[in-house]
Design a protein around this ligand. Structure first.
Ligand SMILES: [Mg+2]
Length: 318
């Protein structure tokens, strides 16, 4: 199968299925054309997933596509953006129809979920890797950044943390139990917080998505904002499944494991109090921003150092 056949068969349908009004031209020309409305800013981000590093060897192609697109889209959520379109660079050892068909299915399902159209891409031969660039827009000057946290702001996170990290131990288990299944679902099907991010655009003082672990990602906010923070470990939200999982150090996973794709945000106190209930219900306040640099973690029994890092892109293989 040649490159053009492959694109026509598996990927062109994704650019037609759901057109976004801002995407004027998609697959089939030298470039795609996107129109950015005059009152909005374009935000874009690129993300690469490599077999054996970001997902296991022989991982289901449908899940590879879904996870890669969800991980990339999570960066749009962190900026408070509304998705528009994405481009895909796919490197494959061989063009195998069944694999491609499953991959395209996963990509289509996820693209439809986030209302993203495929704008274009490139395919090459080599070790399996998927690079996705996502485009979104946000009302002018309202994008959430990492640099706006100020002393006194509430630090909050969405959902629950640590499940996807706990799931890593069960990826190869032939018939996992219900607890493990619940954790695996968090790993296989990340759910970027697009609507929450959009609701917080212009409200939160800073935001980041938790891809590498809470301490690591919150650390980026602290560094970019030139502030520190105190976190109460007892307040970190954990799922029922993770709490019940025997032998797991739930809090450590929540702090240091990646792949959760929840949001970590900082919000000035008054705005926190004014948040609509439907938005605040998606968040848990876990601490506050302080003047002194660094991350201070404490629980009911005293203090713990916040020096440990999250996922290190050059230090771990699956
Ligand atoms: Mg990110």
């Amino acid at each position: 199968m040649g490159e053009f056949d492959l694109i026509r068969r598996f990927f062109a349908p994704l650019s037609q299925r759901r057109g976004h009004p801002d995407l004027l031209l998609a697959i089939g020309d030298d470039c795609a054309i996107e129109r950015v409305p005059h009152d909005r800013d374009l935000v874009f981000s690129i993300d690469t997933q490599i077999e054996g590093v970001h997902f296991p060897h022989h991982y289901a192609p449908r899940r590879i596509a879904g996870r890669a697109l969800a991980a990339a889209t999570s960066d749009l959520a962190a900026m408070g953006a509304t998705p528009v379109c994405f481009t895909l660079a796919l490197t494959l050892p061989q063009a195998e129809s069944t694999w491609l068909s499953e991959f395209a299915k996963g990509l289509a399902e996820t693209a439809n979920r986030f209302e993203l159209a495929l704008a274009g891409g490139d395919t090459t031969r080599g070790p399996l890797s998927i690079t996705i660039q996502v485009h979104g827009t946000v009302a002018r000057d309202r994008a959430l950044r990492r640099s706006g946290a100020r002393p006194g702001d509430i630090v909050a996170v969405s959902g629950t943390l640590g499940d996807a990290g706990a799931a890593l131990d069960y990826l190869d288990v032939p018939s996992p139990g219900p607890l493990e299944d619940a954790l695996l679902a968090r790993y296989h099907y990340p759910a970027p917080r697009l609507e929450l991010g959009q609701a917080l655009a212009g409200v939160a003082s800073s935001a980041i998505d938790i891809s590498d672990g809470l301490t690591s990602d919150l650390g980026h906010i602290l560094e970019a904002s030139g502030v520190g923070a105190s976190i109460d470990l007892d307040r970190i939200p954990l799922s029922g499944a993770l709490k019940q999982l025997k032998g797991a150090n739930a809090v450590q996973l929540a702090l240091h494991a990646g792949d959760d794709y929840e949001l970590c945000v900082t919000i000035p106190r008054q705005r926190w109090q004014d948040l609509p209930g439907s938005v605040r219900d998606q968040l848990t306040a876990i601490g506050c921003i302080e003047e002194g640099a660094g991350l201070r973690l404490s629980d009911g029994n005293g203090r713990e150092d916040g020096a440990s890092q999250g996922y290190d892109h050059f230090g771990k293989d699956l």
